[in-house]
Design a protein around this ligand. Structure first.
Ligand SMILES: [Zn+2]
Ligand SMILES: [Zn+2]
Length: 208
């Protein structure tokens, strides 16, 4: 049993690639991470993956902490965070969850159902927790847009279904970064290692 001492916010937007996060400058991240004791942040822009070179540039100013790239895919059936992709080939906004799950599986990436109790306009065919399709590794059970009163319900469901509960802030402004996070026993060296930890359930929320 690890001590789960590495805190990673799995769900953060920046203005670089998410228009709706217009005030969150990625250059502010190293300072806020240090202030909040956050070891890692995953940049999950809407339907867009950061170029690897730009992520590498951001990481040059970090010591003992890491910024990873992921993506939040606005599927027809809800929003899903995908971590461990090298490219977005075949992945696009509005695609069906089953097709997305196939792509993610082929890439060996991890898929997290974001804010499962709170869907948006771009999600034309909302799924309920009870109709969650196969291929999902983890569920956001706390933080961001999972309302506090709904968190116990989401957590209980994830446990019953055997899905790993995770948390992320869904930050769109700098003050929200780190307001929710997932705990890991060690700091993953890259996105593939982070995805592997999530897929294996080697992580914890603050609830356990
Ligand atoms: Zn979302
Ligand atoms: Zn989001």
């Amino acid at each position: 049993m690890g001590s789960w001492r590495y805190h990673i916010d799995l769900h953060v937007h920046t203005r670089r690639y998410s228009a709706c996060a217009e005030t969150l400058d990625p250059g502010q991240l190293p300072l806020i991470m240090a202030r909040r004791g956050l070891h890692g942040v995953v940049l999950t822009e809407h339907d867009q993956l950061w170029p690897a070179a730009e992520i590498a540039a951001l990481n040059r100013s970090l010591a003992g902490r890491r910024i990873y790239r992921g993506v939040e895919v606005s599927s027809r059936h809800g929003h899903f965070l995908v971590i461990g992709l090298d490219h977005m080939d075949g992945i696009r906004k509005g695609m069906a969850i089953e097709e997305l799950a196939d792509r993610v599986r082929a890439a060996g990436a991890a898929m997290v159902w974001a804010h499962p109790l709170n869907n948006y306009g771009s999600t034309s065919h909302c799924l309920t927790l009870e109709t969650m399709p196969p291929g999902i590794h983890a569920v956001e059970t706390a933080g961001g847009r999972t309302r506090e009163e709904a968190a116990p319900q989401a957590l209980a469901f994830a446990r019953r279904m055997g899905y790993t509960p995770v948390a992320g802030s869904d930050a769109h402004v700098i003050d929200q970064v780190g307001s929710a996070y997932t705990r890991f026993a060690r700091l993953p060296k890259d996105e593939k290692a982070l995805a592997a930890a999530i897929m294996a359930g080697r992580c914890r929320t603050i609830d356990g």
